[in-house]
Design a protein around this ligand. Sequence first.
Ligand code: HEM
Length: 470
Amino acid sequence: MTHIPGPSGIPVAGNALEITSTFKLMHKLHEWMEKYGEIFKINIFGEEIVVVSGTLTGEMLVTKGIDFAGRPRMPALESLEGNEVHLGLRDYDPKLRFIRKLVHKGLRQYGEGMDKIEAITVTEIAKCLDKIEKLDGADFDPFTYIHHAISQVMNTMVTGEAVPEGHPMLNKAIDWDRLDGEISQDPSLFLPALSSLSPLLGIGKLNDYAGVMEYFIEHWRSYEATYDKENMRGLYDVIYKAYLESETDEEGVKISYNNVKYLMFELYGAGITTTHKSIYAFVHMMVTHPELQKRIQAQIDDVIGSERNPTTADKHKIPLLEATIHETLRYISHVPFALPHETRKDTSLGGFALPNKTQVWPLTSGNHHNPKYFKDPLSFNPDRFLENDGSLSPASSRRMLTPFGAGPRNCIGEVFARTRLFLFTASLLQRFTLLQPTEGKLNVLDPKSEDYLKKIPSVCPNFKIRAIPR
Ligand code: HEM
């Protein structure tokens, strides 16, 4: 790949010493994108990684998506899941394709549209808001409140029910998220050539991580005793049934019991950490943009009023809230280069030849913050996604907005996440006005700051607000 441009680096280590933290990695990737353009390569102790942005993102993820649908190995994480990865980090092999089909089926039946699950979700959100109301307008950090509510949404997705109030699952999910954030501060997580040198990926942290994961898995396994194939309760039952009945797809693969356990964990973790961080950032944005908050509340009042809970059917009737969710995901770009991809055969991108097994990262945050695609990208402006009459602009105008990735390895939970984001934010602003705290005024979040970019997914540093019932 000598013809692909990129920073020269030093002998042996290549660019490794320039990216010793996740913040430095992100900072450098954006700097190199500006300098070298839509495709460049970096070198980490001899391992070359190609970084892609701009119009080549579509070529990589969609037009030639199948060529780029592999995943590089991440040995540190593999060792946690029985030396096999099961979904997000798995190569694009027949089993992965089967697993994705099963999960899609389960999400469609038991997550995205089913009234019962939606009703439970809305009830859980309402319980979270009741707790916030009890604070009586005092300063508080919404982190835990949002985390518990999102965990309950995910519990409902997996088992068909929320856990009782105060159940250890809720704080375990926070422990897991904290550990995941700590581990992700070390870029060697994404760079196999460095993983053996890593201090953070040390045995202690990985053991803690494994402990929390096993706790979740034991909790779900307890549902096996009451499994009834005539009464599917949630996604665990759907996947467990496929295992018990040795279901296969046209490629003839079957899933193992290990797959059932660990893929559920991957889904659960992926769903909590990303959705929580987007809602936490949304709340921050509402407090620092009070005029926008008022405009959204006016649309909520018109369409939903105050007498009933929001439903997914309301989503398209509140375009300003939809635009604000799009803008939040663009502005915070908290999954900045999706998950690492790998070529599955000799292929090419933008006219450059790429051999089989090349690691490729789609730098979607680079697109989201590029003035070529989004005018004045570091200003938070949901109106950019609205037409003059206030309706949402057509999806075709948002092609460069890909917070969930695209193509054959896109986020499997996108529809689920978007509906939950809507239900949560609509319920929150229907009931409360979110205000600056009495102490320590919030400034607008800087999505380029070290505090924000030090973990992946990126998360707003902790903050306090007040929530005043309307
Ligand atoms: C705001 C919320 C979310 C965002 C921004 C997000 C973003 C992403 C991104 C960027 C990817 C990688 C795409 C790629 O590699 O090209 C991904 C993959 C994935 N997401 Fe999400 N996600 C969100 C919510 C969820 C939810 C709620 C679930 C589960 C219900 C979920 C499950 C997954 C899984 C399992 C993968 C791996 C798919 C694969 O490798 O084939 N995500 N997500």
